[in-house]
Design a protein around this ligand. Structure first.
Ligand SMILES: N[C@@H](CCC(=O)N[C@@H](CS)C(=O)NCC(=O)O)C(=O)O
Length: 209
């Protein structure tokens, strides 16, 4: 059975959500962040050398990195759900979102989160990071014009992968400046599987991670 190694208040919440959407059985192994550093506990390195979350195990295999995990689960356990047909242009768009979330969009959000620790060193970076944030959130907002979900107007695993970006955006900027993005986050948070995953994973507060 699939095991999700779930770090509190983290990106692994979206893996629980994906599994709930697909109706795939799974177990959760819980890990708490270190109290002072908020980093993952050392024991997670026994599952995968990076010691980050999410990581899943499927029998003797361990898979790390959210985008790769989502692709693995959808391909191997999804029964054709939540991804467009691989020979379609929609699939290419789907893949773009799967890579884009952690490859580009996450960086300015994470940097902005670190700003409070950087003191004066933050000043020269601030303008660049704010510009990058506007570029990426503006792009997502524009992509959601007149559509409910990111790929071809059907909910897909790309929305799950991108959800962390949408949720973190509220902590780093005034998300109401991006109304389509705001509406999309509210829409996916209402999905029954999203709420089931919150019940399964425990409290989910990105501000504390
Ligand atoms: N790009 C990676 C990021 C993994 C990552 O940094 N996860 C955070 C949780 S949101 C983590 O494990 N933080 C604890 C630590 O770095 O010790 C992914 O999407 O899986």
């Amino acid at each position: 059975m699939l095991v999700v190694h779930h770090l509190s208040h983290s990106r692994s919440q979206r893996i629980l959500w994906l599994l709930e959407e697909l109706g795939v059985p799974y177990r959760v192994r819980f890990y708490e962040r270190e109290a002072r550093s908020h980093l993952a506990p050392e024991e997670l390195k026994a599952v995968h050398p990076l010691g980050k979350s999410p990581v899943i195990t499927d029998g003797s295999r361990a898979v790390a990195e959210s985008g790769a995990i989502i692709d693995y689960i959808v391909r191997r356990h999804g029964n054709g759900q939540l991804a467009p047909s691989p020979d379609s242009w929609l699939y290419d768009q789907y893949m773009q979102w799967l890579h884009y979330a952690e490859g580009s969009a996450a960086l300015p959000l994470v940097m902005k989160g670190l700003s409070s620790h950087l003191g004066d060193m933050w000043r020269p970076l601030k303008r660049r990071v704010d510009t990058e944030l506007d570029t990426h959130l503006g792009y997502i907002n524009q992509s959601l014009e007149e559509r409910d979900y990111l790929v071809g107007n059907a909910f897909s695993a790309a929305d799950v992968q991108m959800s962390f970006i949408g949720e973190l955006a509220a902590l780093r900027t005034d998300r109401s400046r991006f109304p389509n993005l705001e509406g999309w986050v509210r829409r996916f948070q209402r999905r029954p599987a999203y709420q089931a995953a919150i019940r399964r994973g425990g409290p989910y507060d990105l501000g504390s991670g």
